[in-house]
Design a protein around this ligand. Structure first.
Ligand SMILES: N[C@@H](CCC(=O)N[C@@H](CS)C(=O)NCC(=O)O)C(=O)O
Length: 228
C-alpha cells in the first residue's frame, strides 16, 4: 500500500492522477503546508526537502520524495505508464519529463510567487520569472502542436506530469484569458480532465479541509526566508 503525503497543489496532483489512473492501493495523508506541517520532524524524516508530495510504499519500505522520482518509481511498481523501453524513445520522453520537472514547474512556481505573493518592488524578478515561465510553456505548446501527447503517440507518464501544472496556467500568467495562447496545451488538458481518474484526483482536494488563508502563519510556513 502507498501512503501518499498530499497537499492540493501542482506537484502532488501529478501523483494523485497517477495513483487514480493505475488503481494502486493508496491512503492519502494530508500535509497542510499553509499550517507548516511540511516542517514537522515526523514529515522531514519522510521528505528531508520539506515539500509535497512524498510516498511511503509499505510493501517495500521505499520512502520517496520529489514528484518525478515518485512517478518513475510507481510506473515500474505498477507496470503501467512505463517509459518506452527503446533507448531513443525513452531518452526523448525523459527530456520532456525533466523539462517539466526542472523548468515548467519551478519557473511557474516562482512566477506565481513574485506576481502574487512577494512584496511590491520586484520588477526585475517579476519580469524574469514571467518571461521564463512563458518561454517554458511555449516550448510545451510547440511540442503539442506537432504531437498529440507529450511522450509520443499515446497518453503516458509525461502527460500525467504535465497535467499537474496545467490548471494554474491563468494564475501563473496572471491572465484569465491565458488559455487562448496555448490551444494545444488546452486540448490535452481538457482531454485528461475528461478521464475518470482526473475527476477522482481532483476530488481528493475536497477530502480534507486544507487551510486556504495566506495569513501570517501560512507566510511563515511557505516563505521561511522572510524570517531570516
Ligand atoms: N521538486 C519537487 C517540488 C515540490 C514542491 O515544491 N511542492 C510544493 C507544492 S507544489 C510544496 O510542497 N510547497 C510547500 C513549501 O514550499 O513549503 C517535486 O516535484 O515534488
Amino acid at each position: 500500500m502507498i501512503k501518499f503525503y498530499y497537499h492540493p497543489t501542482p506537484n502532488p496532483a501529478k501523483v494523485a492522477l497517477f495513483l487514480e489512473e493505475t488503481g494502486l492501493d493508496y491512503e492519502m495523508v494530508p500535509v497542510d503546508t499553509r499550517k507548516g506541517e511540511q516542517h514537522e520532524a515526523w514529515y522531514r524524516k519522510i521528505n528531508p526537502n520539506g515539500k509535497t508530495p512524498a510516498i511511503v510504499d509499505t510493501d517495500t519500505g521505499a520512502t520517496l520524495f520529489d514528484s518525478t522520482a515518485i512517478l518513475l518509481y510507481l510506473s515500474e511498481k505498477a507496470g503501467q505508464f512505463e517509459l518506452p523501453s527503446d533507448p531513443v524513445q525513452r531518452g526523448q520522453a525523459l527530456s520532456w519529463l525533466m523539462l517539466i520537472a526542472t523548468g515548467v514547474g519551478p519557473f511557474s512556481g516562482q512566477a506565481v510567487h513574485f506576481k502574487h505573493f512577494a512584496p511590491e518592488g520586484n520588477d526585475y524578478a517579476v519580469n524574469r520569472y514571467d518571461f521564463e515561465a512563458k518561454r517554458h510553456w511555449n516550448l510545451i505548446e510547440a511540442h503539442l502542436a506537432e504531437n498529440k501527447y507529450m511522450g509520443g503517440k499515446e497518453y503516458g507518464l509525461v502527460d500525467i506530469a504535465l497535467w499537474g501544472w496545467c490548471g494554474p496556467i491563468p494564475f501563473v500568467m496572471d491572465d484569465e484569458n491565458a488559455w487562448s495562447q496555448f490551444p494545444n496545451i488546452k486540448r490535452l488538458f481538457d482531454e485528461i480532465n475528461g478521464r475518470p481518474a482526473a475527476e477522482r484526483a481532483n476530488a481528493l482536494k475536497q477530502s480534507h479541509e486544507f487551510k486556504t488563508d495566506m495569513d501570517a502563519t501560512a507566510q511563515r510556513a511557505m516563505f521561511p526566508h522572510k524570517d531570516t
